[in-house]
Design a binder for this molecule. Sequence first.
Ligand code: FES
Length: 107
Amino acid sequence: MLGFWSSKTLPEIDVALISRAFAEAPQTLTERHTLLGGRDMARPATGKIVCSCFSIGEKNITEAIEKQGCSTVAELGCRLKCGTNCGSCIPELKALLACTVRQTTIS
Ligand code: FES
C-alpha cells in the first residue's frame, strides 16, 4: 500500500481507524466502500458524506442545523469543521442550510 499527501500541514490521521482496518478486514461491499472512503466502520452512519476533508455526513450537518442552531456555513465549520479546509463542500453546506431551514419552517 502507498499513501501520498501533499500539503503544508500534516493530515489528521485516525490511528484507531487504521489499526481496526488492519485487525479486521471489511467483510461486505458497504464496509469496503466505507473504509476506502476513509470513514470508520465502527461509527454510526452519518449519511452521505458532504465534507470529504473531515468525513462529515449529511446527518451530522442537518443535526447541527436543527438541534444545535447552526445557521451559517461558518457556524457549521466551527462546530463540525466541515467547509474549513478545501471549501469544495461549501455549496452543498449552503444547500443543506437552505433546505433544512425551509423544512423546519414548514413543519
Ligand atoms: S470537502 Fe469540506 S472542506 Fe474540503
